[in-house]
Design a protein around this ligand. Structure first.
Ligand code: IMP
Ligand code: MG
Length: 196
């Protein structure tokens, strides 16, 4: 996908193999696409107050970038779930670790997620939100890995469809690291590392 694949060596954690990140989507491409998504969302709901619900922590950079570019009435809230633990494999279990601050009843809610992988997280969240009687719910994800889907959920707005590889950066983490990388890259754990 990336026009120029670049290798960026990262500091080695103690006791693990050499990790490396290959850039998949540059910061510039991310920004261009997010601008388009913001326009698309506003076009679909002209003049309507939009309530963006970001899924912590991965969606933070995506939400701030998207939110800044949607004109008109926009409010935010955040929810946090735990699903992945520290490794690169999903446990398949989703648990709410931080709830919303305010009610979503009667609101047009845009759920903002970093990545749609198995879909378990989104399925869980949509069930929770639907019980709270919003006017409507739409889903915006920065990245989509359709090959991994288990749950029958779909996103209304997708930034990039990516292959089945573990990615980090622009909010996405591996064991809480790499979230601050400005691009999205594919993480290789190296020979001695092994997946957690
Ligand atoms: P799902 O429930 O399997 O769809 O996974 C959703 C969550 O898993 C995302 O919000 C991420 O936190 C995490 N996740 C899934 N794939 C990746 C990845 O490639 N890199 C980093 N986190 C991921
Ligand atoms: Mg995560």
């Amino acid at each position: 996908m990336a026009k120029k694949a670049k290798k960026a060596k990262k500091p080695q954690p103690k006791g693990k193999g050499e990790e490396s990140v290959r850039i998949l989507i540059s910061r510039a491409r991310l920004q261009r696409r997010i601008t388009e998504m913001a326009r698309e969302i506003r076009k679909d709901f002209p003049g309507e107050p939009l309530h963006l619900v970001g899924v912590l922590k991965g969606a933070v950079f995506f939400l701030t970038e998207l939110g800044r570019q949607i004109p008109g009435d926009v409010s935010f809230d955040f929810i946090a779930v735990a699903s992945y633990g520290l490794g690169t494999h999903s446990s398949g279990q989703v648990r709410l670790t931080r709830d919303l601050d305010s009610s979503i009843e009667g609101k047009t809610v845009i759920v903002v997620e970093d990545i749609l992988d198995t879909g378990m997280t989104l399925q869980y969240l949509l069930r929770v939100f639907e019980q709270r009687k919003p006017k409507r719910i739409r889903v915006a994800v920065l990245l989509d890995k359709p090959e991994r889907r288990i749950a029958a959920v779909h996103a209304d707005y997708v930034g990039f469809t990516i292959p089945n590889e573990f990615v980090v950066g622009f909010g996405l983490d591996y064991a809480e690291r790499y979230r601050n990388m400005p691009d999205v890259g594919v993480l290789s754990l190296g020979t001695k590392g092994g997946e957690a």
